[in-house]
Write a protein that binds this ligand. Structure first.
Ligand code: UTP
Length: 478
């Protein structure tokens, strides 16, 4: 078949698919397009998973989905951060098991980095943001050093998988090449792209960003499960003997992806998907609540969580629902392979966003307020699919300070503060004096490379290499 005939056949098929859904307007400028642009537009149209979208357009695009009344909502069982006497032996055994699994090369790192980072507004993939308060480390550089440090500690090459999306894959790849993969073996860092979904206006119509391009967006971090299979990442993990995937988001510089206790507890309990949680800062804090619904572990978003339940207290005055999701998970490779089959789908979530697009005359339209619906799936919606799950409480100040917003909460400023505070706590616990300002905050801007130390014990072993810290100093310890 000639290329022209092939394009014509594809066009006719696309037209038919679109016509049954009232979407042929996206072919409006077909006659003006050159061959390459026609091919691009057909690629965009053919990538739409209509079998998944058709059922949810009436419920999630033309309307906001109804919040289902959650029956049988109960708090999830959570292992405490402090084992006390009762759990001391179990935790010690778990830590030992976790270390064995890490040394045995059974754990891979997995960063989801396909998001658009619109709230932060950084120019480039979010992982290229300089995140440390001193030392100039970007998120990707910091994680690369963590992978390198863990590989040295556990004497095995730990592979690192990074999910990108169409919008940032090229820039992410170029960034790693330019930085020579931060001294990791390029074969041990695997980048792959997630799926994309079209954006719709509030009338359910597809939008065009150019005459030959649909407005599309990454399909949410839940898309990572399918993308791991489709890209061959899980097959690659199998070939390396990986059993557990340590999942974390690109925006959290405090994350500890190689936590022997968490890995060991996960394995000990035969959990298929585990999650770290932190106590909520307030009853109505905007975090997902780890719960049990009809016997299944799940995360209920704050927006769906019944307010009366959020205020409920136990007899001792503590919050009844107090487990905030930190988006730090362990997933078994077996589990991902088991659930991602032909009929695999996670529930869609609706997000109203501002999407620049072309009007009927082909003129670009910028909007001040949300004008479109993007559909996404969330990785934590895989929790109810697991036969066994485990939740471990951690101290938020030790493990979680994401950079999501340009200012205020969860910004670079708040994350710098939290990184400095954690470093100061670790140094003090290792017996090193950190000067304090009158308000009690560390008076030295200090941070530690993971290649120097990943915890207090490692700092203790290197105390003589740490300079005296003076107020006003900026010190990067590496
Ligand atoms: P966020 O929910 O913070 O979204 O993602 P975002 O796209 O990064 O930022 P905003 O909402 O546009 O400001 C949490 C994590 O999930 C990843 C992000 O890269 C981040 O690590 N993510 C999100 C994906 O990998 N793919 C997606 O489709 C969405």
């Amino acid at each position: 078949m000639s290329t022209t005939t092939k394009t014509e056949t594809r066009y006719e098929n696309a037209r038919e698919t679109l016509a049954t859904r009232g979407q042929t307007h996206v072919l409006r400028w077909w006659q003006e397009l050159d061959d390459d642009r026609r091919t691009q537009l057909l690629d965009d149209i053919e990538s739409i998973p209509w079998s998944l979208l058709d059922p949810v357009i009436p419920t999630h695009v033309l309307a906001a989905p109804k919040t289902t009344t959650l029956s049988n909502l109960a708090p999830a069982e959570v292992l405490p951060s402090d084992p006390g006497e009762k759990l001391a032996k179990q935790y010690a055994d778990a830590r030992e098991l976790g270390e064995r699994l890490l040394k045995g090369g059974k754990v891979a790192a997995f960063t989801v980095a396909g998001g658009q980072g619109t709230r932060l507004g950084h120019d480039g993939p979010k992982g290229t943001l300089v995140v440390t308060p001193v030392g100039g480390r970007t998120l990707f550089h910091l994680f690369a050093e963590t992978v390198q440090a863990a590989s040295t500690r556990y004497r095995c090459e730990i592979p690192w998988y990074i999910m990108t999306s169409e919008a940032n894959h090229h820039d992410t790849h170029t960034y790693f090449c330019e930085h020579e993969w931060f001294d990791l073996s390029p074969d041990s860092v695997k980048l792959f792209s997630q799926g994309m979904l079209p954006a719709f206006d509030f009338n359910g119509k597809l939008l065009l960003t150019e005459k030959h391009r649909l407005a599309r967006a990454p399909d949410g971090h839940g898309g990572s499960l399918k993308a791991m299979i489709a890209s061959g990442a899980t097959a690659d993990m199998r070939s390396r003997g990986i059993e557990i995937i340590s999942y974390f988001q690109v925006d959290n510089p405090l994350v500890k992806p190689f936590d022997p206790l968490f890995v060991g507890l996960h394995a000990q309990s035969r959990s298929e998907m585990s999650t770290k949680v932190a106590r909520k800062a307030s009853d109505l804090e905007k975090v997902g609540n780890l719960c049990v619904v009809d016997g299944k572990t799940c995360v209920v978003e704050y927006s769906d969580f019944p307010e009366a339940l959020a205020h409920e207290k136990n007899d001792d005055g503590t919050r009844r629902f107090d487990a905030g999701n930190l988006a730090i998970h362990l997933l078994n490779v077996d589990f991902v392979e088991r659930i991602v089959g032909s009929d695999f789908r996670l529930p869609f979530r609706r997000a109203e966003k501002k999407v620049s697009h072309l009007d009927e005359a082909g003129q670009p339209v910028e909007t001040e307020s949300p004008n479109a619906v993007k559909l996404e799936t969330f990785v934590f919606d895989a929790l109810p699919l697991a036969e066994e799950t485990l939740a471990l409480e951690v101290d938020r100040a030790e493990e979680f300070s994401p950079v999501k917003n340009a200012t205020g909460a969860d910004s670079l400023e708040s994350s710098h503060r939290d990184q400095i505070r954690r470093t100061a706590r670790w140094l003090q616990a290792a017996g090193i004096d950190v000067p304090k300002s009158p308000d009690g905050e560390p008076a030295t801007i200090v941070a530690i490379s993971p290649t120097f130390a990943m915890d207090i014990a490692e700092i203790k072993g290197k105390r003589d290499q740490i300079p005296d810290l003076k107020p006003g100093d900026r010190v990067w310890i590496e």
